[in-house]
Design a protein around this ligand. Structure first.
Ligand code: ADP
Ligand code: MG
Length: 334
């Protein structure tokens, strides 16, 4: 902040400038510290919270209650420009959404331009069909496309920065410059993933994160909650995590990509050529409803060549294109 601006705002206002939570009714610096300890750093993070989750996380400290949680969320919402939009306004907002190129023009085409801001894009498929390569390629291309930084959460410990640098170099970008806006975190478990997302607001805002990629998203939930008995808590946790991603996408005008595995054993009960029926993506209906666009990558007989099909979208038709994995990451095949 420049000194001139510093002189223009008085002491109390300066505190509010530094800590937006102090703009909320009844929030003292002590209470703001409690909120931050629980992972709420911004007005958006409060405005988009569910009252009983907020109450659960703060508890009854400093006379907090469920009613107060509801009042705080209401106040946070009133501080943001949350209102009903006309279809025209919404259309203009849709036109302002940006896309990250995937590296393959064909894949961009079937996605309506690429990985879009304010949406959750899922890419699923069996191993080695290009999911992680898509994360790398889009991470290299996102900073220019969106004008912000990239955060990759890696639950499989397969992430290779050397490979990201190689893709950048093959695309005639400076590898050092290409990796400087990319931030990474190895996430060992589903609870760590949820905790990371819950506390990510501050980092997202400070670093202007415009692209979040999670590789892979559903597998830690599946690994830690095995079997039918644990299906219910697993799906609840997964649903909660998807809810957080939707909030991020909206609140920070961010593009979100999640990769997902598919069932290894074919479940062919009847004749079908649809890959998503033969080897369905894991995560069930919760994942299916959470993603705006779902891309299925299917391996072919040719090494490093996959068929990408948009298997589900709220506004785009089902289409396929062939992609290949090269030194440049994801590219059009042929
Ligand atoms: N430098 C490279 N040049 C060409 N192909 C590569 C390169 N690095 C990795 N690959 C290929 O990418 C494939 C793995 O893709 P990946 O995206 O990691 O799969 P997954 O879908 O399991 O995440 C492998 O078949 C590998 O041969
Ligand atoms: Mg992978």
């Amino acid at each position: 902040m420049s000194e001139a601006v510093g002189e223009m705002i008085c002491e109390g206002e300066f505190e509010e400038f530094r800590d937006p939570l102090l703009k909320l009714r009844g929030v003292t610096p002590e209470f703001a510290a409690l909120l931050k300890e629980a992972g709420y750093f911004t007005i958006e993070s409060i405005a988009t919270e569910v009252p009983h989750f907020l109450f659960q996380r703060i508890g009854e400290r400093m006379g907090f209650s469920l009613d107060k949680a509801e009042a705080l969320i209401r106040d946070a919402r009133s501080k943001l420009d949350i209102r009903i939009l006309s279809a025209r306004e919404l259309y203009e907002e849709e036109l302002r959404r940006k896309t990250i190129p995937t590296g393959s023009k064909g894949l961009d085409e079937i996605l309506g331009g690429g990985i879009r801001t304010q949406e959750i894009t899922e890419v699923c498929g069996s191993y080695a069909c290009g999911k992680t390569e898509l994360v790398y390629t889009t991470a290299v291309l996102a900073p220019k496309a969106l004008g912000g930084d990239v955060l990759i959460l890696d639950t499989e410990a397969t992430l290779s920065v050397s490979r990201i640098r190689q893709i950048a170099k093959a695309r005639e970008l400076d590898p050092d410059e290409a990796i400087s806006p990319i931030h990474l975190r190895r996430v060992p478990s589903s609870s760590d993933l949820i905790a990371t997302l819950e506390t990510a607001h501050k980092f997202i805002k400070e670093r202007n994160i415009r692209y979040l990629a999670i590789d892979s998203f559903v597998s830690p939930f599946r690994r830690e909650y095995p079997g039918r008995e644990l299906l219910c808590p697993r799906q609840q946790k997964l649903n909660y995590a998807i809810g957080l991603l939707i909030k991020f996408a909206r609140a920070y005008d961010m593009a979100v990509l999640v990769t997902n595995q598919v069932l290894a054993t074919p479940v062919a009960q009847y004749t079908t050529t649809r890959p998503e029926f033969l080897r369905p993506p894991i995560g069930g209906y919760v994942m299916a409803y959470g993603a705006n666009n779902r891309i299925y990558l299917q391996e072919t007989d040719k090494p490093n060549v996959s068929i990408a099909t948009l298997i589900d979208s709220s506004y785009l038709p089902r289409q396929s294109r062939t992609i290949k994995i090269t030194e440049r990451g994801i590219e059009d095949a042929g």
